[in-house]
Design a protein around this ligand. Structure first.
Ligand code: HAM
Length: 418
């Protein structure tokens, strides 16, 4: 009997895993450069955190959560997103009592029971960044810029930034009522009629052509923002323009989670078909109170790592991945093997990545290993070399071979690979 990963679980193995890892590292750099600190939070949480935070009426909470009862009878849920858990941790550890905004980022697997297809998985991976405790349009623009610069650093050129404002607790209810009024007059099925009463904004997101056609004249939030929200949104746009970050107004962008207020955005990639949303985020000024915390505004985003890997493949971009080993040791005979084992350790300590042939392979088999490793140099150490306290250094790109004293080979290689 053999096993396979559960349906819809996305895994990364070499060589694709190198891309996955490289883009995470690039994000760690991008977030760090902007003053965001790393944090690691629970993979599973009290189910109520998501029910209250993300919203009972969302697809994520009502249909897609992996919920289970633990041995103590508690209802727990594998995180379907990061924001609620990150905010819970910020409150639990009192980070919001220090300097504001609390600027943090994290990454890892997230879980949603969706119908799997390319770019849509049940275990997938997000990079998540949050700025909590500040209601300043510059923070909105900064978070967007961190993601935008990261896409640029990776070499992606076709990412689009879609931008909207969802208003605040003053203007959204007025808009919501206007929208409901408009929607109730349309010819819609029972399920959609139900949605009009619970979450009318989501109806704007309906993809069915017969519904789309009827939505043509729907009232838009942009025309119903209060003066404060409008000024706030205009300032965010001005700051993005100052940063030369191009956005497109997306007046129907609503997002699938209930906590959003004001600034909302999505990063879209045209080469990804139905799964074109490669990242998304926005402001969530009421979330802290919804999960029992003090009033604490926040903004952040989640970027889909899996879809970013696909976007890179579609654009034909190879990010600078962590290099394979630079040096590969080929020891011939027991004494040479023992010496090579030490030499490889010395090289690594000197900052030169190195690997060696294991399992007592002969010259041919070991050289094949050197080729496959992708190393630029092979170090061949036979019994005679050992007696002469020397080693053969072969440049695998030119096939040129030189003899180097064992005592100085680490220095010689350090000079060649740096
Ligand atoms: P989200 O839009 O639900 O936002 O997810 C963020 C990103 O995760 C999406 O843009 C997409 O790239 C990726 N994603 C979502 N579902 C899947 C899936 N089934 N398979 C593969 N990738 C997927 C959030 O999760 C919010 N917590 C973002 C946020 C942070 N808002 C404020 N702070």
């Amino acid at each position: 009997m053999s096993f396979q990963a559960p349906k819809g679980v996305k895994e990364y193995v070499p060589p694709q895993a190198a891309t996955f890892y490289a883009i995470r590292r690039a994000f760690a750099d991008a977030a760090g450069r902007a003053g965001y600190a790393y944090l690691e939070t629970a993979v599973f949480e009290d189910t109520q955190l998501f029910a209250r935070g993300v919203g009972e009426s969302t697809d994520v909470v009502s249909k897609e959560m992996y919920t289970f009862t633990d041995r103590g009878g508690r209802s727990l849920t594998l995180r379907p997103e990061f924001t609620a858990g990150v905010l819970r941790a910020v409150l639990e550890y009192g980070l919001h009592r220090g300097q504001l905004p609390v600027k943090v980022w994290t990454d890892g697997p997230v879980f949603r029971a969706e119908a799997p297809q390319e770019g849509r998985y049940r275990q997938f991976y997000q990079l998540d960044l949050e700025a909590i405790g500040s209601e300043d349009p510059a923070v909105d623009a900064e978070t967007i810029a961190v993601a935008w610069r990261w896409y640029q650093d990776l070499g992606l050129t076709q990412v689009r930034l879609l931008l909207n404002s969802l208003g605040c607790k003053e203007c959204r209810p007025i808009y919501r009522a206007r929208l409901q009024e408009f929607l109730r007059a349309l010819d819609l099925d029972a399920a959609t009629r139900e949605r009009i009463e619970i979450n009318p904004l989501r109806v704007l997101d309906d993809k069915r052509p017969e519904v789309r056609a009827q939505l043509e004249g729907a009232p838009l939030i942009a025309d119903h923002l209060c003066a404060d929200c409008k000024t706030y949104h205009d300032t965010v746009k001005q700051l993005l323009a100052d940063l030369s970050i191009a956005w497109e107004d997306a007046p129907r962008l609503v997002r699938g989670l209930d906590y959003y207020t004001r600034t909302t955005f999505e990063f879209d990639h045209p080469l990804l078909g139905a799964q074109s949303g490669i990242g998304g985020g926005g402001r969530y000024d009421g979330l802290s109170e919804a999960i029992g915390g003090p009033a604490l505004p926040g903004i952040g985003f989640g970027l889909g790592l899996d879809r970013t890997v696909i976007a890179l493949e579609r654009e034909g971009v190879q990010p600078a991945t962590a290099a394979r080993v630079e040096v590969y040791g080929v020891p011939l005979g027991d004494d040479a093997r023992r010496r090579m084992f030490l030499l490889v350790d010395e090289l690594r300590r000197a900052g030169v990545s190195a690997d060696m042939s294991f399992g007592g392979k002969g010259l041919k088999g070991a050289m094949k290993g050197a080729d496959r490793s992708g190393a630029r140099f092979a170090l061949i150490l036979g019994e005679r070399d050992l007696a002469a306290r020397a080693v053969q250094l072969k440049d695998l790109t030119t096939a040129e071979q030189t003899e180097v004293p064992l005592d100085s080979v680490v220095d010689v290689l350090k000079g060649k690979v740096q």
